[in-house]
Design a protein around this ligand. Sequence first.
Ligand code: NAD
Length: 292
Amino acid sequence: MKVGFIGLGNMGGPMCRNLIKGVNHEVVVYDLDPAAMAACTAVGGTAGTGLEALAAECDVILTSLPTPKHVEAVAAVIGAHAGAGTVLIDLSTNAPAVVRRLAEELAAKGIGFLDSPVTGGVIRATDGSIVIMVGGEAATVEANRGLLASFSSQVVHVGPVGSGSVAKLINNMLGLCNMAIAAEGLMLGALAGIDMGILAGIISNGSGDSAAFRGMANRALKGNFNASFALDLAYKDVGLAVDLAAEHGLPGLMAPEALNLMRMGRAMGLGGQDSTSVLQVYEKIMGKEARS
Ligand code: NAD
């Protein structure tokens, strides 16, 4: 069996390297960025020559791409060049409606599809403990469970296609709302003049703790805004969650506020920086840094 992996960025890169080390199959890797490719061929991946060739030669293809538009463009090439019986597993965070449409279009060509977004960030993508939530037919999930388990400690079959993406959007809506309030709270601590290291230590051990808070304390509070999870991608995720809420008539109260905070950050030119850059939005408005 030959496996393809397209999109070797912050998440795809480490997941692909764990896959290469964890399976006996040839893994053909492809990214627009040659440095991202080199980091995967260095551990045994085969450099793909292009999307069309990869689609034609691989039995299972994994994608980890930034936005639904990127996934749709790549899936169109796969649909045109992959043989019947191929399975596309999309690890990206995508819209449920988009993945359902993709699954239908690919099924018409005999190509299987699983929406399989992940949670745990770069750290857990790297140590192999990333959680994968899968939407799709049970038989396709079971046939590929071993492959997914080679780079994940938890592969959860949520339900039919689209359901993995629903779970992921709700997870990120919670995480990123937590991040927004973490930024607001830390800015308040800085303005009120208490020691930020002590404050972060108390919250990390207190009822205000969350994974998002710890991410903020470990990175933003130390002035590290290099993108591990870019603000642009976080904005995409909350936007997709807000769209899903509107689709179901849910009155949005928290998530639209977090989305606006991120929109302000992007308007300030912070979109390419880490999502914890929402702290910088408060810092710029208040004219004071929050650092430990
Ligand atoms: P990234 O921008 O670091 O990586 C995306 C990669 O895709 C880049 O290397 C880019 O060159 C490549 N790419 C784009 N178009 C391509 C194409 N047509 N062909 C080949 N390669 C192409 O993004 P990321 O942070 O790794 O995120 C990937 C996906 O995972 C996103 O959907 C994101 O929302 C999701 N996600 C990210 C995190 C995180 O913490 N970073 C966590 C969970 C889920």
